[in-house]
Design a protein. Sequence first.
Length: 178
Amino acid sequence: MLRGFATVSLALLLAGCGLWRPAKVPMDSVLEKSACTAAADTLLVMLPGAYADRDDFVREGFVAAVTERRLAVDVLLADAHLGYYDDQGSIFLRLQDDVIAPARRHGYRSIWMLGISVGGLGALVYAQRHPGELAGIVALAPYLGERLTSLEIANAGGLARWRAPAFAISRLVRRSPR
């Protein structure tokens, strides 16, 4: 029985490794143009969660929700997978060089980021590193740390009383090239 458990565990571990893709330069993305204007000046950049991909935003109705509301907003689905976060935090360089800078060159005046889980964390850290560059952030269930961190917060009496260790907050920011 133990051997069977070990075999299944190893298979799951190896399958999980298949989900971890290398960071490409430039980062791939797909632009969904607004149906209600020829030249939107607002861009919504969508960053997927840890084990999701950019196509999940289409499958789960996020892009359709923007279209149905007749918003004059173009949507950019960034392929911001875990490989970018693991690659010395290159996610922030790739977002700047491959998403935000080209968007500005194409005339977008207002850029928003929507991120789920680790994508929410990526949006929050990007905004911290580039103050005033984004018009807004929509962080859906942003990943903010391990379960032990939430236990520490609860034990301290809530966020107002909890003091994060400096290394925990700065690790992700310090690892990134920019």
